[in-house]
Design a protein around this ligand. Structure first.
Ligand code: DX5
Ligand code: ZN
Length: 219
């Protein structure tokens, strides 16, 4: 049976004590830390810059799963790499040349992810699937936590999982947005390996992080 991983989004953490919250996530069974970086231009919200990631780096050994919602993205990849990102995921709409951005991220020895918005087709990532570590399927339009899961993205997960099997590829499928204890199961059944979750991890069961992470991992 495959092992499901959970990448809690710190967008739903308490920003006045992020270091503490990250430590608690590690102690509660999180597999990585999802950092949502928004630029107020590619998405209508502003969040976390490189200095914040740098100051959090010492608080956990878990990988930082950095989701860049920045356009143009290339300009900031070095800064987020230097700050301590382990996985860098970008949106193909935010670069003129997807292959070039993949190479740039690799040049800093980081894992690479491509993120697909709800209305972005798998075709946009297809030729790059053998060169990335993960595909991040957005199940909400990026910008804010706490939105409702868009069911239509399930077909894209199935398609990616099918291509992965046919071509014997090893990229992971990660999903981001509106993941709760029901949608997690639908996503896992369709082929997802990594669940991003902000609201469910931090708010369900009176914020019992361990219980929420364990429940999300149940298939
Ligand atoms: C949306 C962000 C998501 C979001 C997930 O732009 O990329 O990571 O924080 O939050 P929930 O789990 O609350 O939908
Ligand atoms: Zn995200």
């Amino acid at each position: 049976m495959k092992k499901i991983q959970v990448s809690p989004s710190i967008l739903s953490a308490d920003f006045s004590k992020l270091g503490e919250d990250i430590k608690r996530l590690e102690q509660s069974g999180a597999d990585m830390i999802h950092v949502d970086v928004m630029d107020g231009h590619f998405v209508p919200n502003l969040t976390i810059g490189p200095p914040v990631i740098k100051s959090l780096r010492g608080h956990t050994k878990l990988p930082f799963d950095v989701h860049l919602m920045i356009d143009p993205v290339n300009k900031y990849i070095k800064d987020y790499s230097d700050a301590g990102a382990d996985i860098i995921t970008f949106h193909p709409e935010a670069t003129e040349d997807t292959s070039n951005t993949i190479k740039l991220i690799r040049s800093f020895n980081k894992k690479v992810g491509i993120s697909l918005n709800p209305n972005t087709e798998v075709a946009l990532a297809e030729e790059h699937l053998d060169k990335v570590d993960l595909i991040l399927i957005m199940s909400v339009y990026p910008g804010f936590g706490g939105q409702k899961f868009i069911d239509e993205v399930i077909s894209k997960i199935k398609k990616l999982d099918q291509i992965r099997k046919e071509k014997k590829l090893t990229f992971k499928i990660e999903i981001d947005g509106g993941i709760n204890f029901e949608t997690s199961k639908i996503a896992i059944n369709a082929g997802v390996d990594i669940l991003v979750s902000g609201t469910t991890v931090f708010k369900e069961n009176n914020g019992d992080l361990k219980k929420n992470i364990e429940t999300l991992k149940q298939m």
